[in-house]
Design a protein around this ligand. Structure first.
Ligand SMILES: Nc1ncnc2c1ncn2[C@@H]1O[C@H](COP(=O)(O)OP(=O)(O)O)[C@@H](O)[C@H]1O
Ligand SMILES: [Mg+2]
Length: 391
């Protein structure tokens, strides 16, 4: 506005030292509290500290991603106290005044929440250019990371898959041949007990090798989901019967809790059945004949859609627990890798297939230890899938 400008110009020039700090030009336009609301509602995390080490700003996303509980009283408190439980972030902020080249676009995995953040650190300068504080600006990259990992896995499988599928096909026919011919011999050598035992073993081994070949084929084959509206309860029940034919159930008690009102989900029934067949089979195998397997399904209302938060809509969660020996902590991060097995006759593909199917349904799987011993696998599936195809 001309009038405003001329008024400013008419002011007597002050000495440099006496000049007042710059006043926000838009103070008249912007309602009070606007900046606070703006920062609070940003889709990125913001933590700002003053030069004397107190928290000046910390927004909702920052609290959420760092896994801290929002407290009004944090503002003004030393950041060393507020960020005490997230030492990795504390260290970054603490270095803000010591380094001249602040990181722009660095990444960090938070040990507390296991989230990956991408962050920028910048100085807050006053009108005279002096450093008055520092800001950490960050984004939750966990979802992006998962997608990238999924992408990498898919690429690897595409190359590996072609080769494995070719080999598996080549091996399948001779295996079938061995089984058939051993069967013929077995019928011809009825009188020899030794031959009967050996041939029975040959047939058994050939069958087992064939099962592994089929599993490899299942694993490397790109998933084409035939999506239907399905009842999770039916899938789980079928899976339990299938698992009983794959592994020795012995005296294992199977308990299921499948609420009547579970929402139907969109998914491929055959593939989903495979998830639970593999999990229950593993549970039976882990308990070598005695124990308890529990399968509990529940509907989750879903979180409010928010940036950086995984699947937001309603979900169904199925927990498969056993009271076997549990997964030893040192192998925990390898059990989903293809061909990782601790069993003499294992293929190590069961959980790799499970993860592939869960991914294709846009779901999540996590594994933990059941209190009191045993293993807990938890599959979370969105009621609606975003991807209809995978691979
Ligand atoms: N319920 C469970 N309890 C204990 N260990 C398990 C369980 N499920 C899986 N595991 C571990 O994970 C490994 C990989 O499982 P999986 O991929 O199904 O292959 P496989 O069953 O052929 O070994 C198993 O060999 C076992 O060590
Ligand atoms: Mg298995």
């Amino acid at each position: 506005m001309p009038s405003k400008t001329s008024r400013v110009r008419r002011k007597p020039a002050r000495s440099r030292a006496a000049r007042k700090p710059r006043k926000p030009v838009d103070a008249a336009v912007v309602p009070e509290g606007f900046y606070r609301d703006l920062v609070w509602n940003l889709r990125n995390g913001v933590v700002a500290i003053t030069r004397d080490g107190r928290v000046a700003v910390m927004n909702e996303i920052a609290y959420r991603v760092l896994g801290l509980k929002p407290r009004q009283s944090d503002i003004g408190r030393p950041f060393s106290e507020v960020l005490k439980e997230v030492p990795d972030v504390y260290r970054i902020v603490a270095g803000a005044f010591d380094i001249s080249h602040l990181p722009n676009r660095a990444e960090l995995r938070l040990r507390r929440t296991n989230k990956v953040i991408g962050y920028t650190l910048s100085h807050v300068r006053d009108s005279r250019g002096r450093v008055a504080g520092a800001t950490l600006f960050f984004k939750d990259l966990t979802r992006v990371e998962q997608l990238e990992e999924r992408e990498r896995l898919r690429d690897r499988l595409a190359a590996l898959g072609e080769m494995a599928a070719a080999i598996a096909h080549e091996v399948k026919n001779p295996l079938a041949g061995i089984e058939v011919m051993a069967g013929i011999l077995k019928r011809q050598l009825l009188e020899s007990q030794d031959a009967q035992t050996i041939l029975a073993d040959i047939i058994k081994e050939a069958k087992m090798a064939n099962a592994i070949v089929l599993e490899v084929l299942e694993f490397v084959r790109p998933i084409r989901l035939q999506v239907e509206n399905i009842a999770v309860s039916d899938v789980v029940r079928d899976a339990i019967s299938a698992a009983e034919t794959h592994a020795t159930k012995g005296t294992v008690q199977v308990r299921v809790s499948l609420p009547e009102d579970l929402p139907p989900i969109q998914g491929d029934p055959h593939q989903l059945r495979q998830i639970f067949t593999n999990l229950v089979t593993n549970a039976f195998e882990a308990m070598t004949g005695g124990g308890e397997v529990e399968i509990i399904a529940a509907a989750l209302a879903g979180e409010e859609p928010a940036p950086g938060v995984d699947n937001a809509g309603p979900m169904v969660q199925i927990a498969v627990t056993d009271n076997g020996p549990g997964v030893p902590p040192e192998v925990m991060d390898r059990i989903f890798s293809p061909f990782f097995t601790t069993k003499p006759q294992g293929s190590g593909l069961g959980l790799a297939i499970v993860r592939k199917i869960v991914d294709a349904h846009d779901g999540r799987i996590d594994v933990g230890t059941r209190p009191g011993g045993g293993t807990l696998f938890r599959v979370t599936l969105p009621v609606k899938t975003q991807h209809e195809l995978f691979g």
